[in-house]
Design a protein around this ligand. Structure first.
Ligand code: 13P
Length: 252
């Protein structure tokens, strides 16, 4: 049985005060819904507040990015040790918005993943094809290549702390969702790639989420697919009722 993980990615939303209010409201709504892990990945300045507000609940807290160096002259960046010292449990790495707007490549995604794992963080590693790649029929090749490059040099033991989030870039924030069949198929390609790198047991065990306009309306169908082990949710994670509905769909 694979672990189902429903994670919110707040992106650049919510102040610390809004964070406290949100988690205080959400906690009783998702209490006891323990068939999935519940994670909120929040802006750096919200993390401490989020951890405090989520203490004693079933909500876990993550960051949205991490730098690969231990320390040094990297103005504006945050290290894995900084995150882990304040109790951060998860971190998103390689989100398509980081790749698109901030010049992240598979090489830097790989380095960030390694740094996060070395500091004891659990990584939500994002990958997925852009629209032109889907239309050109090369989605499978693209996600296989990203999987290989992003995980290069990561051991099978370290892989236990990695979740893959398959996020087709054309489905992010667009209201367009991959069909459940597309999500299942491409998550399956990623799983096969993991099998080729790490063996069948690791491939069967790894959690692979779908992300891209997942919401309270489409979550149940997406989550019903055998290769879809949860969701990484943007817009719908900013509303307690919508996010709770997705968590409930994962607990059905
Ligand atoms: P939306 O759910 O807003 O499409 O965002 C998905 C996403 O990017 C999660 O990381």
């Amino acid at each position: 049985m694979r672990k189902i993980v429903i994670a919110g990615n707040w992106k650049m939303n919510m102040t610390p005060a809004q964070t406290k209010k949100f988690i205080t409201e959400l906690a009783p709504m998702v209490a006891g819904l323990d068939k999935c892990d519940i994670v909120l990945c929040v802006p750096f300045v919200d993390i401490a507040t989020a951890i405090e507000a989520a203490a004693g609940t079933n909500i876990k807290i993550g960051a949205e990015n991490v730098h690969f160096a231990e320390s040094g002259a990297y103005t504006g960046e945050i290290s894995a040790a900084m995150l882990s010292e304040i109790g951060t449990e998860y971190v998103i790495v390689g989100h398509s918005e980081r790749r698109q707007y901030f010049g992240e490549t598979d090489t830097t995604v790989n380095l960030r993943t390694k740094a996060a794992l070395a500091a004891g963080l659990k990584v939500i590693l994002c990958l997925g094809e852009v629209k032109e790649e889907r239309l050109a029929g090369i989605t499978d090749e693209v996600v296989a290549m990203q999987t290989k490059l992003d995980l290069a040099g990561i051991s099978v033991e370290e892989l236990k702390n990695v979740i893959i989030a398959y996020e087709p870039v054309w489905a992010i924030g667009t209201g367009l969702t991959a069909t459940p069949e597309q999500a299942d198929e491409t998550c399956g390609v990623i799983r096969k790639t993991i099998a080729s790198l790490y063996g069948d047991e690791a491939a069967e065990a790894i959690t692979i989420q779908y992300g891209g306009s997942m919401n309270d309306q489409n979550a149940a169908e997406l989550l019903s697919k055998v290769n879809v082990d949860g969701g990484l949710i943007g817009g719908a994670s900013l509303k307690t009722d919508k996010f709770t509905a997705i968590v409930k769909a994962a607990n059905a």
